[in-house]
Design a protein around this ligand. Structure first.
Ligand SMILES: [Zn+2]
Length: 183
């Protein structure tokens, strides 16, 4: 694997063979993915799993993007770790007369293009991540008690003010972050 972006995919095999092609790329994201308060920092390793389908004159990319996102609680500013796991789907045109079908009527975004047998799903990933991540992330989003108990934050359902305990799932994730830092 080179240090090229995991979001730039080689579609030459798919174009030649006309067969759906599965792919998996792992690499560091060249840009920050996500919203202001929570996101995947630039340079973070991301995994992209998916399939490229030849549409005849174009390709469709269906991919799942997995990466650790980091943010801050909007209430208590505690660091938040969340696994970003999104699905993106994008169509790329390989020629001028490629028609994307009925979608064209809906005033969709401009059609993306295949350039030098590669496609770039970066923008699709960014768009989807912004939708997927909480706009105002807080401890509560992740199922943990907020550190800032002084403010009059409504009590989360089913929590009786017991000592805060990290969700084991996030503890495992936090451990992963530590390992990444040590590299
Ligand atoms: Zn908090």
């Amino acid at each position: 694997m080179t240090d090229s972006s995991p979001f730039i995919l080689d579609v030459s095999n798919c174009l030649r063979d006309s067969m759906p092609e599965q792919f998996r790329t792992v690499g560091n994201t060249p840009v920050r993915i996500g919203a202001e308060m929570i996101g995947v920092p630039e340079g973070t390793e991301v995994v992209v799993d998916g399939i490229i389908t030849n549409l005849g004159g174009g390709v469709m990319v269906d991919a799942t993007v997995t990466a650790p996102a980091q943010g801050e609680c909007v209430r208590c500013l505690a660091g938040l770790n969340k696994e970003l796991n999104i699905h993106v789907s994008a169509v790329f045109s390989g020629s001028d007369d490629f028609i994307t079908g009925d979608d064209a009527e809906e005033g969709e975004d401009e059609v993306l293009e295949i350039v030098d047998n590669t496609v770039d799903i970066t923008q699709a990933v960014i768009d989807e991540a912004v939708l997927s991540l909480p706009f105002n992330p807080s401890c509560e989003n992740l199922g943990i008690d907020c550190h800032d108990s002084d403010t009059d934050v409504p009590e989360p359902d089913g929590v009786s003010g017991e000592e805060e305990k990290a969700d084991p799932r996030w503890a495992a994730l936090a451990e992963k972050f530590q390992n990444l830092d040590e590299k």
